[in-house]
Design a protein around this ligand. Structure first.
Ligand code: FO1
Length: 314
């Protein structure tokens, strides 16, 4: 059904990339545009690191380290080990040698004056990607996590260095008032027949995209239906801090709460069949198997959710 449709996908890291690898098998990849969270990006050892962009690109290129869900498969850490052994650099952020090639090239292009959108397009082209991958914006909008135990932390300090142990008080998107929609993002959304929100963490991965000025305002005017996929399965997160953050923010850990987070924006919600069913005014819902253990699950979910949307929209 969706073979001749343009699909834009708002997406974060590992959880979202699983759905992405199903989508590229379910529809022609040329029809897919991924609009990716860059709130996790940071500068580390002089290099610009864009974890969610890279996780998605490595996944689509078949290079991703499947065990971790990020980084490059069969990578080594010779450079990182040398930095630690000879220069006492604490290796808290694991950058593999093959992965470093991406960060070097991206940083080089940014320093030459290219935008993140351009650098990402060049990386994607060289990795042989057929789908379009766009950063949510070209400006730097680092996610800052205000924690009970350690005050405000940069996202990767919170997530990796402190293993998302500190309790979250609040989250802000530093400098977002100076950011704006890139022409590519605007075009992808207006060309889309369907807009999906991947099962990434709503508070950490999707909120930064929605915080880009102009983004939320654009959504109600789109012809395309907007459909979110639950990251909560059987009342818990599959992996990562989503459930923990919901508790810390005083929310109930449920798919209904996720749907409430997107309320006013979405037309449809793909829930998991293991969750307690719920109804919300004006929201179409369906319960599917959203647990993606292997590639067959990913493709099956992509096909099922597109089939469902095709039944009431497009
Ligand atoms: N996640 C970790 O838990 N530990 C790491 O050392 C780590 C390094 C890393 C390097 C490159 C990259 O693209 C991602 C990396 N990640 C690492 C994953 C990343 O921190 C998170 O998965 C995302 O930012 C959350 O979506």
């Amino acid at each position: 059904m969706a073979l001749d449709k343009n699909i834009a996908v708002l997406i974060g890291g590992v959880g979202g990339a699983k759905l992405a690898s199903g989508l590229v098998e379910a529809v022609p990849p040329e029809r897919l545009t991924f609009i990716v969270n860059t709130g996790d990006d940071f500068w580390h050892l002089g290099l610009k690191i864009c974890p969610d962009l890279d996780t998605l690109m490595y996944t689509l290129a078949g290079l991703v380290n499947r065990e971790w869900g990020w980084g490059v498969a069969d990578d080594s850490t010779v450079t990182l080990d040398s930095l630690a052994r000879h220069y006492q650099v604490e290796p808290w952020f694991r950058l593999g040698d093959k992965d470093l090639a991406t960060h070097l090239l991206r940083t080089h292009w940014l320093r030459l004056g290219h935008s993140l959108t351009e650098a990402t397009a060049c990386l994607g082209e060289r990795l042989g990607l057929r789908a379009t991958v766009l950063p949510m914006c070209d400006e730097e909008v680092p996610t800052m996590v205000n924690t009970v135990e350690r005050g405000e932390l940069g996202f990767q300090e919170y997530f990796v260095k402190h293993a998302w142990k500190p309790a979250i008080r609040a989250i802000r998107h530093h400098g977002c008032e100076k950011a704006g929609l890139s022409p590519g993002v605007r075009q992808a959304l207006s060309d889309a027949d369907i807009v999906l929100i991947a099962p990434s963490n709503p508070w950490l991965s999707l909120a930064p995209i929605l915080a880009v000025p102009g983004f939320r305002d654009l959504l109600p005017g789109l012809a395309a239906p907007l459909v979110a996929v639950t990251p909560i399965i059987a009342g818990d997160a599959v992996k990562g801090p989503t459930a923990k953050i919901m508790r810390e923010l005083g929310l109930e850990v449920s798919a209904r709460e996720v749907a409430r987070f997107y309320s006013g924006l979405i037309d449809g919600f793909v829930d998991d069949r293991r969750n307690q069913p719920f109804a919300m005014n004006g929201l179409r819902t369906v319960q599917l198997n959203t647990l993606m253990n292997d590639q067959a699950d990913k493709v099956a979910l992509a096909r099922a959710l597109l089939g469902w949307i095709g039944g009431w929209a497009v």
